[in-house]
Write a protein that binds this ligand. Structure first.
Ligand code: DQA
Length: 257
């Protein structure tokens, strides 16, 4: 059950239709590390590659960042590229003012080689609006995001954050929260179900992080999550499962639906 979802198509991948998509992050701090990580994805079940731009040493050199995006995109063998600058407010490496954050994400959206950009919807409202407008002007999909590494908010709060992302014009709404108890994992899953069944008209990506939350990464599609973050080598968040193992479990669940 669920409302009509407008799927998001990036290159050959349609998010929000069919089996959940696997996103794997690359987190290299140098061009060499990034190249090694991207090459390790070859032949692995990875639908979309997330570049965690915040791990890069020199974030203030925008042309160098967009050059790196170009180099990466060329090595992905046609897979879509999601560019994410995760700030320290949400568990990332980047300590960056909201204006500089918007400048960087807009430059990535306008680079012509990025298919999706992540936007932390709680950054300054004008910065967020600027990113959404620039991305959409270039046909780049916007993944609005929110992270809670300290705990799991109430169900109503999770739904309200996802609805706020939708209202901002995101194409995909994503939330990652940290469980302390099994009940917290159920809270995230039920919030996903409620959002999917009653409010969402676009794809959601939700996860409960850490070891307790792994069930949400492999079974999220049952409740309305359209994609899941897996890993090849290094994880970019606690609880990520190896992409090949993830694909096998996702396929079992998908076949039985
Ligand atoms: O937003 C997310 C989800 C994530 O935090 C996870 O829990 O898998 C991993 C991040 O790299 C990504 O940007």
């Amino acid at each position: 059950m669920g409302r009509i979802i407008t799927p998001v198509r990036v290159k050959d991948v349609t998010i929000g239709e069919g089996a959940p998509k696997i996103i794997v992050s690359v987190t290299g701090r140098t061009p060499d590390e990034l190249r090694t990580q991207v090459d390790a994805l070859s032949g692995r079940p990875v639908d979309i590659v997330e570049w965690r731009v915040d791990f890069l040493a020199a974030l203030d050199d925008t042309p160098a960042v967009t050059d790196q995006a170009r180099t990466l995109a060329a090595r992905l063998g046609g897979r879509p590229l999601l560019a994410t600058c995760r700030t320290s407010h949400e568990g990332g490496e980047a300590t960056i003012e909201d204006d500089a954050y918007a400048d960087l994400v807009v430059a990535l959206a306008e680079s012509g080689v990025v298919d999706l950009v992540d936007v932390e919807y709680r950054r300054d409202e004008r910065a967020v609006e600027r990113i959404v407008a620039a991305a959409h002007a270039r046909n780049v999909a916007v993944v609005a995001s929110n992270h809670d590494f300290d705990g799991t908010p109430a169900k109503e709060e999770i739904v309200s954050r996802l609805r706020a992302m939708q209202a901002l014009g995101a194409d995909i709404c994503k939330i990652a929260v940290m469980p302390r108890t099994p009940a917290d994992v159920l809270t995230l899953l039920d919030a996903t179900r409620i959002m999917h069944e009653s409010h969402a008209d676009r794809p959601l990506i939700t996860m409960s992080m850490g070891g307790l939350g792994v069930i949400s990464r492999i079974a999220g599609q049952v409740f309305g999550s359209a994609a899941t973050f897996g890993m090849v080598g290094a994880a970019s968040a606690p609880g990520q499962v190896d992409a090949s193992e993830l694909r096998a479990v996702l396929d079992v669940l998908e076949r039985s639906r």
